[in-house]
Design a protein around this ligand. Structure first.
Ligand SMILES: [Zn+2]
Length: 139
């Protein structure tokens, strides 16, 4: 999503929960950074779902958004087919970049994250962060 779409989401949420105080700009930036990978097409569904299920403003709005996004993916499994990358603490869009020195030269390698398996590019091997660290890679 883009910033304007997130703004609209927050405005609708604030109106629903009669939340008069706006978050500080800095808070806003942090929230947006955490959720910008959620595709905008899921936002209307997510907004309604939160409003149906939460009696009060969710305590952790960004975690709630991600949880709802995963529910949306479960509700519309066909959306998974188009590369909709989701949040994984171990990688970026399913890829892990690692470095390792060999004969004094620092090489860069790309792997697919085995934790989320959300990247399907077979030219990169599937590994976990822990395995890479055990093998002496710098992450
Ligand atoms: Zn991952």
């Amino acid at each position: 999503m883009v910033r304007e779409e997130f703004d609209t989401f927050l405005m609708e949420m604030a109106a629903f929960y009669e939340r008069k105080q706006q978050p500080a700009q800095k808070t806003f930036d942090i929230w947006f950074n955490k959720v910008q990978k959620i595709p905008a097409e899921s936002l209307m569904w997510i907004t309604k779902k939160i409003q149906d299920e939460f009696e009060i403003w969710p305590r952790n709005i960004t975690a709630t958004l991600w949880a709802m996004y995963h529910q949306w993916l479960d509700a519309y499994p066909e959306k998974r087919a188009i590369e909709n990358y989701f949040y994984c603490p171990d990688c970026n869009d399913g890829l892990i970049t690692a470095r390792k020195a060999k004969n004094g030269v620092n090489y860069r390698y790309i792997f697919r994250c085995t934790k989320c398996k959300q990247n399907h590019n077979r030219s990169f091997p599937l590994v976990s962060r822990a395995e890479l660290m055990n093998d002496g890679y710098d992450l």
